[in-house]
Structures are given as structure tokens and as C-alpha cells.
Design a protein around this ligand. Sequence first.
Ligand code: UGA
Length: 432
Amino acid sequence: MNLSIIGTGYVGLVTGACFADVGHTVICVDSDREKVRRLQGGEIPIFEPGLEALVHRTVAAGRLSFTSSTAEGVAGSEAVFIAVPTPPQPDGSVDLSFIEGVAREIAGCLTGYRVIVDKSTVPVKTAEKVAETIKRYRKTDADFDVVSNPEFLREGFAIDDLMKPDRVVVGTSSERAAAKMREIYEPFHAPIIVTDANSAELIKHAANSFLALKISYANALSVICEASGANVQEVTRGMGLDARIGTRFLQAGLGFGGSCFPKDLSAFIKISEQLGYDFRLLKEVQRINATQMERFHQKITDTLWVLKEKHIGVLGLTFKQNTDDVRNSPSIDLCHRMLADGARLRVHDPKGMEKARAFFPAGSAVEYVSEAEAVATGCDALVIATEWSEFGRLDWARIKSSMATAIVFDGRNLLDPVEMKQLGFLYRSIGR
Ligand code: UGA
């Protein structure tokens, strides 16, 4: 089927490439002409495992192309996907101006029936507003349906999540639109759940908030484990093997970050408030997440006493492994705290150093180190802030001999406490 995707961020670009890979013909639209020019030249603006090869392959096959013209995208497509940013506003609510702008643009070039699919994460009732906007601004009486089709991909695993989804949620009351959506997703062989648009929109916020809640639950448990001498990894494993609970998203650490969970939690709290419900459970999830970082920072200052002029190595800057994304990264937050204490940082990340430079430019007390192991050289302590699995495979005996004092703070429980002790490290992790 001929499809267009408006917005070439993580969701839009990965979705476009995957749709093209399963046989659809996709045109990706972005208002940023420079970005489109780079994409047309084969340059991929983000790091996502497997994405570059996938884009190049589908472009070469003639099934994926890029344009900055919404009219061109809408003209040749049976379904138009909206995947533009929905950034947070200072009060936690969602800025829907990009969505509204795209709805007006689509309205301006609608000439025949189209399925308009919202993939961006939006508050409940947004599909109704998009439909109203298109009706108000369309220049012909061309028919259309608006469908909510929330995205569940994780950065770093986006292609896998998209190619093998647990489920596809389609929110619409139009049988015609639902049939088109079934056809689009048929090659993915996933269960398709058709709901009304409001329910589909709520599914996304409910799912992300619940996953964040699981993480905060594990982080709260880590406090109890530290106080009682138990091991949070054993506790969460023992709980998680109950199929009703599940082991995933119960990894205690520095707390959740990224461009989704913090934003979606705030948005869902705000939406609930507007609908007359005080979602205090989710406010507590936020509070636990914030205190988890404070506790870890406290652990560092309690151990090192004075941080001023101390050299601290930091492994990991991204908000999680397998991405170059540093937005709302717990690691960046921790670096800011240690810098405020007067520490000097030597940092390394396999993919995130370029984007981290926006936070800590050259000339600040942050030195970017190209080799992970070399971060430790001369340091008073080393912090593991992101769970890149390769950090677990470093030569920790060699690292120890290169440090001024052998102290490791493992914010992701990546290493084995017994082995680290045997190697002679003073080792502090989370809830163990
Ligand atoms: C999240 C959801 O997992 C996706 O399903 C959703 O589509 C996406 O948001 C979105 O709304 O677009 P993402 O933000 O890419 O995906 O990353 P996650 O893998 O969910 O991790 C989020 C944060 O939680 C990271 O900082 C990670 O380190 C942390 N986390 C995750 C933990 O601290 N413990 C865990 O057990 C799992």
C-alpha cells in the first residue's frame, strides 16, 4: 500500500523504514528541509541499531523516499501517519501545536478519502480534535477517518519492537479505516486490537505509566533491600517469575529517563486532573524516581566525602544502552550534580558523546575519553551510569591498577559485587 509518514524522528523514521521493508511504498515527510536533504543523501540523523542498513536497503528497492512537501505525501498515499513531536509544557501538559499544524496542512491538501493515523503519543480525545480540525480546514468535501495507532517501540530495540510487536492497537469506529489498518499491519502477523479512538489513546499513556510504575516499585524495593541486607535482583526475579507479574521492567537502578516515561507520566497526571481524578499513585512513581537519583548521589558523597577537585570517571551518558539519545538521561543529571560539587569528570559513552557535548561543552570540567577503560586512569572513583553491556566485559583488574583509589559506584547493577570485592574494589551498587 502507498503510505506517508509525517515526521522523521525516532518513531517516524523507524516506522517508515519497517513499513517499506515489509513491502509497502512509503514517503516520509519532514518540514526540516536540511534533514530531508541529508536523508535523501543516505545520512541517518539518529543512531538506532540496524536502521541505517534498513533505510539504505528500502531506498535502493524504491520503496522508501523523503520529501519536505506534505502535499506530495498526502497526494499519493492511502494512509497518512502523523509522527511529530508532542513535547511537554512547563505545567506537565502536552504541547499539541505540531499535531494541530499537521492536521491543518493535511486538510489543505485532501482531495480524496484518506485514513489519517495518529502515531504520536497524545492525550485522550486528540483524534476527535484532529478530525474537527481537518473538517474545519479542508478545502473540498473529501472524506477521511482519523485513527489512533499508538507506538510501543523502545529506542535501541526499535526495529525489533516494530517488526515483532506484542500487539497493534487501532483506535477507530470506522470499519473502512479498520480494514485499511488491518491490511497495513497484516505482514507483521501480530494480534490487532481494534478499540474506539479514546481507548487507544489511553492505552498508550496507561502502558507507559504502568511500566514506569514497575521500575519505581523495583527502586523502592532496592531501598528496603539495602536496609535489610537483601538483594533486590533476587527479590525482583523471585517476584517476576510469577507470570502475573513478569520479570521485565523490574531492574532497579538510577531511575527511568528518556524522552517518553518522564513526559508521559506528567502528561497522564495532568490529563487525569483535567478529567477530575487526582492520580496520586503516579505522582508517587515520579517522587520515587527523583529520590532514587538523590540517594545514589548521596551514596557517592557519603563515600568520597569531599568531591571538590576529585576526578571521577563516568561510564555511560545516554538514558539507556543501544542509543545515542541523552534526553532526560539520569547520567547527565548525575554529572550535573557531581559538577556542582566541584568534581572533575572523565566521561565515555559508546554512542552518546556527541549529543552530550550540548550539555557539557569543551572547556568545562568534563573531559571526553574515547576508550571506555581509559576513563578510569587516575580517577578517585568510577561511576557506571548507563547499562551498556560492554561495560560489564571491561578488564576490571586492569582498570583497578589504573585508578588512584579503587572505588566503583554501579548505578545499573551491571557488575557482580562478589567479583568486584575479590578484585579489591570498594564497590557500591543499588539494593544489593
Ligand atoms: C518507552 C517504552 O518502553 C516503549 O514501549 C514506548 O513506545 C516508548 O517509551 C515511547 O513512548 O515512545 P524508551 O523510552 O525508548 O521506551 O525506553 P525504555 O526501554 O522503556 O527505558 C526507559 C527508561 O527506563 C530508561 O532510562 C531505562 O534505563 C529505564 N529502565 C527500564 C529501568 O530503570 N529499569 C528497567 O527495568 C527498565
